[in-house]
Design a protein around this ligand. Structure first.
Ligand code: HEM
Length: 259
């Protein structure tokens, strides 16, 4: 029999509720700012848990087992967009009351967000510098950057189902992959193809939801800081606007042109 537990013990509620430590006195909205960021990091943790499960299933050619974790990750990402509305209840002057002391802290330094990008195929080794102050975060991100991606795992499942979908950046590999994807998108009536097609669309959902988050986050930032530089030291909203066209799975957007 296990050790008896209760709600507060199991969920470590006391530790959890001790983690919100504002830096400024009397800045009412700082609690909101801290809670929202911490909740984001918890959801990032779950998203990584789900995307990892999807990648493992795809690597093992169990495409059907990747569907539920992909759908769950996307459902959480939708929540992340909705949470931006909560932050938008903060007026710019409310933010200015506590903003200066927290610099250079910025979501730009979120290792888990960079891990989600890396696992989705859009890793960027330059972000190791942002995580660089903390060796554990740096090692965590470094491992992701050298590891498999969701897209290469999808390729494993496609090949196991008989598609000619090789890995790699070479033009020939890319052309064969595009033709395999076009074939899948044109004909997905039988069960194995239907599962792979639904997965590709779940990948597009993931890509689109993060892209919508980028848009909304940039708008929210413009409401809060106008054209000031970011607390992380970037150009601010102008930098965020330069990220809006990033896509995780460009080939899944491109295949639309071949139908
Ligand atoms: C008042 C609220 C917020 C403002 C004004 C804001 C503003 C900014 C700005 C200006 C940047 C560019 C980097 C920099 O120089 O700092 C940035 C990046 C970023 N922020 Fe926020 N942010 C806010 C809230 C959040 C929240 C709640 C999250 C959730 C974790 C978040 C996640 C990110 C991420 C992941 C990036 C990097 C984006 C990229 O490089 O593609 N931000 N933010």
């Amino acid at each position: 029999m296990g050790v008896p537990t209760d709600y507060a013990t199991y969920l470590r509620i006391d530790e959890l509720l001790d983690l919100q430590q504002p830096l400024s006195d009397g800045a009412h909205d700082e609690m909101l700012f801290i809670v929202v960021h911490q909740v984001y990091e918890l959801w990032f943790k779950l998203i990584l848990h789900e995307l990892d499960a999807a990648a493992v299933a795809l690597d093992d050619a169990r495409a059907h087992a990747a569907l539920r974790p992909m759908h769950r990750a996307v459902a959480v990402e939708q929540l992340l967009i909705d949470q931006l509305h909560v932050l938008e209840s903060m007026s710019p002057d409310g933010f200015m009351r506590f903003r200066d002391p927290l610099a250079p802290a910025s979501g730009f330094q979120s290792t888990q967000f960079r891990e989600i990008e890396a696992l989705s195929g859009a890793g960027d080794a330059r972000h190791l510098d942002a995580a660089g102050r903390d060796e554990i975060h740096r090692a965590q991100l470094s491992e992701r950057l050298g590891g498999r991606t969701l897209y290469t795992a999808l390729g494993m499942s496609m090949r196991a189902a008989g598609f000619d979908a090789p890995d790699g950046d070479h033009a020939d590999a890319r052309a064969r992959r595009m033709s395999a994807l076009a074939s899948l998108y044109r004909d997905h009536d039988d069960a194995p193809r239907a599962v792979l097609h639904e997965l590709c669309e779940a990948f597009v959902d993931h890509d689109e939801t993060i892209a919508r988050w980028r848009h909304h986050h940039a708008l929210m930032a413009a409401r809060e800081i106008g054209s000031r530089t970011g607390s992380g030291g970037s150009l601010g909203v102008a930098y965020l606007q330069s990220t809006l066209d990033r896509r995780f799975f460009p080939e899944l957007w491109e295949v639309r042109n071949q139908l």
